[in-house]
Design a protein around this ligand. Structure first.
Ligand code: ATP
Ligand code: MG
Length: 425
């Protein structure tokens, strides 16, 4: 039997319905905050991620889903969105043509070759937002606040962890301090971290294998080594978060898995106690546009994992839609039902027709077993009188309408739907 590729999921039925509603809500929230949609291809040249995300990151070294195409080009399935957006931003000269700040969002699939488990898949989905052309700490505040707005909408209990990882001036000095600190403890570190001392010492701080931050209490932290400009930025970020009513805790061990961050770095964890509880993360990346070959452009953004978000949304957050269905009770009624279905299609109610003639008992049995709320039936009498019989499956109430009284029917359905929603909230 052919099965889905490992770590990749199908989505259908009620879950697909709720997922679709979740994406619609997210879009409404970010569009209200003036973010416009930005779509980039699923694949890019692998060189983009090596340069953008960083050669020494786990994402590039271990998690890349890559292949050679028919012409031998080295292609990668995108593991994240920022590098692609920056590539497109430069390619289309957006920095020059668009008024700043340029605020965009994307929702779509991303790919990482990781060990699949709950909350960790090889194809997963993210909401990302990016803001180009604004270097203020307040914009970092708004960026983090936007992530919180999404979580608040879904009534999720979360905690925001913020940090500053400095800039080109102060981080190298701190980096040396870290190298010095960990060099004497090399034999107590995991294999990866032993290598990281040379390649990427900041990543030692959030290693989940040898967990140095739990073992040692006196690890030097970046927030004690910020230059004046970074320190000022970090203080103003905290002030703006206060004003936005975002309760952030300072967490000097947030370093982020991608190399491009400067100053602000943050992560949001859900208060579930589970292991895959990081739901969103991001920060400022003022050097990425110029690193990839564009004009120096400050930027800030985050990505939110939608599978993890979905699992946090209360089961009853979305009610299923109210569905109506039309049936013919004899062969002669089929054409009337076609007419009725055509007229119903002009209105914003969920309606479908089943054109195969059936006995009334079968129709009601079928409706009972499904999620149908209203059944519309056309039989011999209804054909003669040009009527349609409606049955409310919840209350058992029946009502006869003229086949042309579709407006009246739609009004009654909408009233019922409003009552139905009221009861459920
Ligand atoms: P983690 O520490 O959990 O590996 P990360 O730091 O690699 O996360 P980011 O690159 O910042 O994650 O991506 C942002 C968000 O995307 C994460 O907070 C998480 O919610 C989600 N995410 C990342 N990798 C996966 C995955 N393999 N499957 C599902 N969701 C993921
Ligand atoms: Mg990861």
């Amino acid at each position: 039997m052919i099965k889905a590729v490992k770590g990749m999921n199908d989505l259908f039925g009620k879950k697909a319905y709720r997922w679709g509603r979740m994406e619609e809500d997210i879009k409404t929230i970010v569009q209200t905050a003036n973010f416009t949609e930005f779509r980039t291809p699923i694949v890019e040249e692998i060189a983009l991620f090596k340069r953008g995300v960083g050669e020494t990151t786990d994402v590039v070294q271990k998690e890349m889903y890559d292949f050679l195409d028919k012409k031998g080009r080295h292609i990668a399935m995108r593991p994240e969105g920022t590098a692609s957006v920056v590539r497109a931003f430069i390619e289309h000269g957006i920095s020059i043509n668009e008024p700043a700040p340029f605020k965009l969002f994307y929702i779509g699939p991303f790919f990482r070759y990781e060990r699949p488990q709950k909350g960790r898949y090889r194809q997963f989905h993210q909401l990302g937002i990016e803001i180009f052309g604004d270097d203020t700490p307040q914009m970092d505040g708004e960026m983090i606040f936007t992530a919180c707005r999404v979580l608040e909408h879904f009534k999720i209990d979360y905690e925001v962890h913020i940090n500053s990882i400095g800039c080109k001036e102060c981080r190298p000095v701190y980096r040396e301090k870290l190298v010095e600190y960990f060099s004497s403890k090399k034999d107590k570190l995991c294999d990866d971290c032993q290598k990281r001392i040379e390649t990427n010492p900041l990543r030692l701080l959030d290693c989940k294998t040898c967990n140095p931050k739990e073992k040692y209490q006196d690890i030097p932290v970046m927030t004690d080594h910020l230059c004046e400009i970074c320190d000022d930025h970090f203080k103003k970020l905290q002030k703006s978060l206060e004003i936005f009513h975002v309760k952030g805790v300072i967490d000097p061990f947030i370093v982020r898995g991608l190399d491009y961050y400067t100053r602000t770095a943050f992560e949001i964890v859900a208060n579930t106690g589970g292991s895959q509880n990081a739901v969103a993360g991001g920060g400022r990346y003022d050097n990425l546009v110029s690193d990839i070959g564009g004009v120096d452009t400050p930027a800030t953004g985050f990505a939110m994992g939608l599978e993890r978000l979905f699992d946090l949304i209360p089961e009853d957050f979305y009610q299923p839609p109210m569905i109506s269905a039309g049936y013919a009770l004899c062969e002669e009624a089929v054409d009337d039902l076609v007419h009725f279905a055509k007229h119903m299609s002009h209105h914003p109610v969920t309606f479908f027709a089943d054109y195969k003639p059936r006995k009334i008992k079968k129709v009601l049995q079928k409706a009972d077993r499904s999620e149908i709320s209203f059944v519309f039936m056309v039989g011999e009498n209804e054909v003669k009188n040009k009527t349609v019989l409606m049955k409310n499956m919840k209350t058992g109430e029946q009502k006869l309408y003229g086949q042309h009284e579709v407006i009246l029917i739609v009004r009654d359905l909408m009233k019922a739907e409003a009552n139905f929603l009221k009861k459920n909230f």
